[in-house]
Design a protein around this ligand. Structure first.
Ligand code: ADP
Ligand code: MG
Length: 661
């Protein structure tokens, strides 16, 4: 069960307690789900037999009345129990007009003059062969020895006093052997708080280190730069875009490097904001780099940024893996000489032979798809460049305050005007034909469609594969339409070609895996069908459907799910809700934080006892303490803070925070 050492056993906390402290008076025993305790004297006892089960029945009496106790399959009790004995019994109760009946799961014979003293009994995660009762016994028997392994108190005395937390040893004792539910609750709160404090301290230390470095170049904006930028745009900025550009420019004007997250729903116009940041960098004579996770995305960024930056004389160079050696060498040369102000590319940007003359701004698109080292490598191409992380997956507030606490966040919470909301429907798999009929209808009106499936080929799983589905669609369903296929195992050049053909309506129906997830922008596409939609998180589905609804036409998303009702219910949240933040919160509640942490932040949401969603109020308290601690002792050097340093080293989430970027 993952318990290998005595320390592991000490840390194996019960997940709940059975409160056996007080017996319920006979007159008050009522029908209920949870077990109840009673104490009474046996009035009579008898055995009943059904076909193959022995049933022992007894009537027990206390000061308030009587009740019937029943034992199933424990015939031997007939010899052991006697009229006149006092018994403690525990079990589920059923009360009928005939009186209360208790189906006994536990009982104990009490001595005649013994007052009943029940206890809080911890319930541990158990297996068939290793029961909770056994774990409880072993821990109780060895508790003093186990407590001796608990280690030093990590929390300063001042915090223990302020929060009224029990000291470490007492807290461990209370977890395994509490006197009251309150005592157990306070001990658990202490352990949750401690775990959160480690993470919050790590975030705070990182932030303090970054803002005290002062080794970045301060990039100042001339007073009329925003007006100048807007004059060259085909449309006015949304209020949200204007506010966010202001936040980013204010950060870039500091000599401490910016570390900011730019989040905005698909289509909210993040590219423009990135262009504004690049413009400010270029005006200050430093270069920018924009790294995207796929070639499709990088190509699209380059294509969108170029016209936005052209009026300011800023040239964009692209660096891709699939480029010809000659084109690559030319681009790399211009970045190294400083002749090009912007490099846009994939991971190819962080290879050794790419150098920047003066990199001052690093932009990382879909930041959660990159690992820590990859993001660090991009920044190492410059000296403390300002960093902007972009994401189309809105991050729930809970997570922004916790696992992303070292980042400042800017949010574009407003879509450009003139967008038609996407109408979303959830259909059972048996209605797939209707969905495809609907696709045909839209294509015949001149629009285009995406059909998304989770797997590439059939060998992978029992999920729908794009290869098989594309073949079936071309042969049987849409023989007269122009279909295209897109998946991650295709060579980059082929992918690029398909996207271009889809872009000019040469391909009418694109059958694809989720490689179309981010950034792809074909305004004429108005329908998306997502097969095996149950496979995805709500936030990811929301992001996927953002590929349609980019033009003026009415747009639709059809989610196809198995007949299973619970899946349908989860998916229908998307039918009514278009607010990415609400969807993200819902996803967090249903699927936990792992999904949002992504590849880059794995480990950040690894808590032993804490739960970010359930315990967010405790997190906020821990964060406030962390801010106070780091403000008064920026490197945690004071003797009373030594324990805190050890605490940070010992918590996986805190270590991941220090490593993340
Ligand atoms: P994102 O990257 O956030 O998904 P984009 O930057 O690709 O969004 O912008 C989506 C579309 O909206 C683009 O076609 C862009 O030209 C357009 N757009 C962006 N900002 C505005 C605006 N303020 N007014 C009108 N259209 C805009
Ligand atoms: Mg984009």
């Amino acid at each position: 069960m993952g318990i290998r050492t005595a320390e592991d056993l000490l840390d194996d906390f019960p997940h709940r307690y059975e409160d056996l402290r007080y017996p319920t008076p006979a007159a008050q025993l009522t029908t209920g789900e949870s077990e109840q305790n009673a104490v009474g004297t046996i009035l009579w006892l008898r055995e009943r037999r059904t076909r193959n089960l022995a049933i022992v029945e007894a009537e027990l009496e206390d000061d308030t009345g009587t009740f019937i106790a029943t034992w199933f399959g424990r015939k031997y009790l007939i010899g052991a129990l006697k009229k006149g004995m006092r018994l403690f019994v525990r079990g589920r109760v059923q009360r009928t007009h005939a009186g209360a009946k208790i189906n006994v799961s536990t009982h104990r014979v009490l001595a005649e003059d013994e007052t009943y003293h029940g206890e809080m009994v911890p319930v541990y995660s158990a297996s068939k062969t290793l029961t909770s009762r056994k774990i409880h016994q072993v821990i109780q028997k060895n508790l003093p020895a186990l407590l001796a392994l608990a280690g030093e108190e990590p929390l300063p005395q001042a915090i223990l006093e302020r929060k009224k937390f029990p000291p470490l040893h007492e807290a461990y004792r209370s977890m395994h052997s509490p006197g009251t539910p309150q005592e157990a609750g306070k001990a658990l709160e202490r352990f949750i708080f401690t775990e959160f404090l480690a993470l919050a301290l790590a975030a705070q230390l990182k932030r303090a280190a970054r803002t005290s470095e002062r080794n970045a170049q301060a990039l100042k904006a001339a007073p009329d730069l925003l007006a100048e930028f807007e004059r060259e745009l085909p449309f006015p900025l949304t209020n949200a875009q204007r506010r966010v550009v202001g936040e980013i420019w204010a950060d870039m004007a500091q000599d401490a490097p910016m570390n900011r997250l730019l989040q905005g729903d698909v289509g909210s116009g993040k590219t423009l904001v990135a262009a504004a940041a690049i413009l400010l960098a270029a005006r200050n004579g430093v270069q920018s780099a924009l790294m995207a996770p796929t070639e499709i995305l990088a190509a699209q960024h380059a294509a969108k940024l170029a016209p936005l930056l052209l009026p300011f004389g800023i040239a964009v160079e692209a660096v891709f893996g699939s480029q010809s050696a000659k084109a690559r060498a030319a681009a790399v040369g211009k970045l190294a000489s400083g002749e090009a102000a912007v490099g846009v590319g994939t991971h190819a940007l962080i290879t050794e032979n790419v150098e920047f003359a003066r990199l001052g701004l690093a932009i990382i698109d879909e930041q959660h798809r990159f690992g820590v080292e990859q993001r660090a490598k991009l920044r190492e191409k410059g000296v403390a460049p300002h960093t902007l992380h972009m994401t189309a997956t809105p991050i729930p507030r809970t997570l922004a305050q916790s696992i992303y606490a070292d980042l400042d966040a800017s949010t574009i919470d407003e879509l450009p005007p003139g967008r038609t909301p996407i109408e979303t429907f959830t259909l059972r798999r048996s209605r797939l034909d209707e969905a495809y009929e609907f696709v045909r209808l839209n294509v015949e009106r001149g629009h285009q469609a995406y059909i998304v499936a989770p797997a590439i080929d059939e060998s992978e799983s029992d999920l729908t594969s794009v290869l098989a589905e594309a073949e079936r669609l071309q042969n049987d369903v849409f023989p007269d339409l122009r279909l295209g296929l897109l998946h991650g195992r295709m060579p980059a050049r082929e992918k690029e070609e398909i996207m271009q053909r889809f872009g000019r309506n040469d391909v009418q129906v694109l059958v694809a895996t989720t490689v179309v997830e981010v950034g792809v922008d074909v305004p004429n596409a108005s329908v998306m069908v997502i097969l095996d939609a149950q496979r995805y998180g709500l936030a990811q589905l929301h992001q996927l459907r953002g590929r349609v609804g980019r033009g003026a036409a009415r747009s639709f998303c059809l989610l196809i799910a198995p007949e299973d009702a619970s899946e349908l219910e989860r998916l229908t949240i998307l039918n009514d809700c278009t607010d990415g933040f609400r969807i993200a919160e819902e996803d967090l509640r249903l699927r936990g934080p792992g999904e949002f942490a992504g590849k880059a932040q794995s480990g950040l949401a690894d808590f032993r006892v804490a739960d970010l969603v359930r315990d967010i109020a405790i997190y906020r308290e821990a964060k406030a303490e962390a801010e106070r601690l780091v403000a008064s002792d920026p490197a945690l050097k004071r003797p009373e803070h030594v324990g805190l340093r050890a605490l940070i080293d010992g918590e996986p989430s805190a270590r991941a925070m220090l490593l993340s970027s």
